[in-house]
Design a protein around this ligand. Structure first.
Ligand code: ADP
Ligand code: MG
Ligand code: MG
Length: 249
């Protein structure tokens, strides 16, 4: 399978503090990867570095996407290339409706102007998949949304933008069972529609239920300490991270 994302010996951090130490990870086109690890392992940092967040500086290694070196690309350019990152804590934006936000994001990413009617049609069909009431489209982004509604808005963004690679950072945290099911179905629909790749950061199996996991990576103290298939998710949930932390690499 051709490689979509290739991370080679990536070292990154903030100012004098190195947070990721020589991380290598490869995601093939259409693959679903799970990234697990204890709190503070560097999972969110890795997601941000792949997205090109200016918060972190890369001090070693390279990142390739679609065969091109993106190490020095801005986050904006990476989004245009088809990389998407959902945030652990979605932002609230007063004065911008969910619909306006998504239309703008889509135009930014594609560089094309979209007719309002066409966009609304697309938006409506995506909202239906997630069981979101149509009225949410006209509400200010995430303002007054419940935790579950914010997470659904993130998956809605995924369905509308159709990135090549989606990194979902604990999208399932704080969701009730039914909401996780809906979110999982939404992710599955994204995969079916686009054949896109996923990196799912999670502590639970529920969100993975509708998905076929190709590979699991365990990150501890900024290093990849174990890799395996789908079975590694269950193993970790049953036995915890202890042996990976103590054993190291
Ligand atoms: P995880 O997502 O695995 O829980 P994070 O990536 O959020 O872990 O954080 C990894 C480590 O890096 C933590 O010790 C955290 O405090 C630190 N860290 C993350 N971002 C910053 C930052 N901007 N400045 C300083 N330290 C940070
Ligand atoms: Mg954390
Ligand atoms: Mg995190």
């Amino acid at each position: 399978m051709s490689q979509l994302l290739e991370i080679k010996d990536l070292t990154a951090g903030v100012e004098e503090k190195e947070l990721l130490h020589s991380v290598s990870l490869t995601v093939g086109a259409g693959e679903t990867h799970v990234l697990m690890g204890p709190n503070g392992a560097g999972k969110s940092t890795l997601g941000s570095v792949i997205m090109g967040s200016p918060e972190y500086a890369v001090s070693g290694g390279r990142l390739f996407f679609d065969g091109e070196d993106i190490t020095d690309d801005s986050a904006d350019k990476r989004a245009k290339r088809g990389i998407f990152l959902s945030f652990q804590n979605p932002v609230e934006i007063a004065g911008v409706t969910l619909s306006e936000f998504l239309r703008n994001a889509l135009e930014q990413v594609t560089g094309k102007h979209l007719k309002l009617w066409d966009f609304k049609k697309k938006l409506r069909s995506c909202m239906e998949i997630l069981g979101m009431d149509a009225s949410y489209a006209d509400r200010d982004l995430n303002v007054g949304f419940s935790g579950g509604e914010k997470k659904k808005a993130e998956i809605l963004q995924l369905l509308v933008l159709e990135p090549k690679l989606a990194i979902l950072d604990e999208t399932d945290s704080g969701l009730d069972v039914d909401a996780v099911k809906t979110v999982s179905a939404g992710i599955d629909e994204y995969k079916k529609r686009t054949g896109g790749s996923l990196i799912v950061i999670t502590h639970n199996t529920k969100i993975l239920e509708a998905l076929r996991v190709d590979k699991t990576h365990i990150l501890a103290a900024g290093q990849i300490v174990a890799e395996g298939g789908a079975e590694l998710v269950d193993e970790v949930i049953t036995n915890g991270f202890e042996k990976y932390i103590k054993g190291g690499k």
